[in-house]
Design a protein around this ligand. Structure first.
Ligand SMILES: Cc1cc2nc3c(=O)[nH]c(=O)nc-3n(C[C@H](O)[C@H](O)[C@H](O)COP(=O)(O)O)c2cc1C
Length: 356
């Protein structure tokens, strides 16, 4: 592989623009599935409720939301990213669902970029908003004062720290330096006024990693498993090396269903689990909730809907998700989200082997 390149403000802008474009129209999906197709919710022929009664209302980070679906961290840090953030924020506010911004590192490198994140709180005054920074930045010694600025910029209700060793490894300008990250996470959990969410970016948190995060005080994890957007594919396409040595990692990662099951088995009732990675419809949202998630994150499908047809396409997609979620609730006899989280399910095919 060519020698790594330096990270710089101008490279950050072109990297972010490449990411957005490749995620809208490039062949960047995993070639393996989330595993959720091997799970079935148990049909209830006696739901003892009317479809009209089914409610997806819930709360997240102390704010009421219309359904437990999050528009996951994607962008900001360059002008088009700011426009996408603004459109997503207006949509999320109208639909009353939470939104995460993409890595805010770009604003630390170039103060002109703060506005591409700030716009989100202006357009979405009432929903839960989540800030975002990379673990590699924490490992490099980013101080707590800077992290507070990221939170304040969007009046965030939580700060997400993303773990992306696979992406950093394959990115031409990546910094695959993760020594000391767990200690840094422990430090910021105690120092910030808002909760810290630790998330993957599509390769999955294992049960073991979740356990170590809980030990240092993290109480919200986003398992972001494999089966959706493959950051290995994105970075390999950016490198223009579709058959370079990194290509064998094209499908590396823990499928979402497996990561979620592992997280649910190690997390106590005080822990909030977000499931994401390859979720595309409301039945998959329902399966994740029954498997133990409190909230389900979706990234690329929202971006693609926005690129396809703007606000109307976003609304149509979200309405479809909402109807499908309610239908799955009705058919499992679950009038509300807590009941759905107790709904019965089973593997209908053999459980996929982790990582395959
Ligand atoms: C265009 C794009 C940019 C992303 N940028 C970030 C980021 O800056 N920080 C982060 O934590 N995750 C980022 N992600 C990862 C998503 O939040 C999510 O974890 C991952 O894409 C899996 O979800 P999906 O299969 O629904 O896309 C990005 C995803 C996309 C599609």
């Amino acid at each position: 592989m060519p020698a790594p390149q330096e990270k710089s403000p101008s490279r950050t802008v072109s990297r972010k623009a490449d990411h957005l474009q490749l995620c809208i129209s490039g062949p960047v999906a995993y070639e393996k599935s989330t595993g959720l197709e091997a799970i079935e919710l148990i049909h209830c022929a006696l739901p003892e409720l009317d479809f009209d009664e089914v409610s997806t209302e819930t709360e997240f980070l102390g704010r009421p939301i219309h359904m437990p679906v999050l528009v996951s961290a994607m962008t900001g840090g360059f002008p088009e990213g700011g426009t996408v953030n603004e459109q997503l924020a207006e949509f999320c506010e109208a639909f009353r669902i939470p939104l995460g911004v993409g890595s805010q590192r770009a604003a630390l490198e170039d103060p002109a970029q703060w506005e591409t994140y700030r716009v989100v709180r202006r357009r979405a005054p009432s929903i839960p908003l989540i800030g975002n920074i990379g673990a590699a930045e924490l490992a490099a010694g980013l101080d707590v004062e800077m992290l507070r600025r990221l939170v304040e910029a969007i009046e965030a209700d939580a700060l997400a720290v993303h773990l992306n060793p696979l992406q950093e490894l394959l990115q031409p300008e990546g910094t695959p330096r993760f020594r000391g990250v767990l200690r840094q996470i422990e430090r910021i959990v105690g120092a910030l006024q808002v909760p810290v969410i630790v998330k993957e970016t599509g390769a999955g948190l294992s049960g073991e990693v979740v356990r170590r995060l809980l030990e240092v005080g993290v109480r919200i994890v986003d398992i972001s498993g494999a089966g959706g957007t493959s950051w290995a594919a994105v970075e390999l396409l950016r490198r223009g090396e579709p058959d370079g040595p990194g290509w064998v990692f094209r499908n590396w990662g823990i499928p979402t269903a497996i990561a979620l099951q592992e997280a649910a088995s190690v997390a106590g009732s005080e822990v909030t689990i977000i499931a994401s990675g390859g979720i595309t419809n409301g039945l998959e949202v329902a399966k994740c909730l029954a498997l133990g998630a409190h909230l389900v994150g979706i990234a690329r499908p929202f971006l693609q809907a926005l690129a396809r047809g703007g606000r109307r396409a976003l609304e149509r997609y979200a309405e479809e998700l909402h109807w499908q979620l309610r239908a799955a609730m009705f058919l499992t006899g679950s009038p509300d989200i807590p009941s759905l989280r107790r709904a019965r399910w089973r593997w209908v095919r053999s459980e996929p082997v982790r990582g395959e």
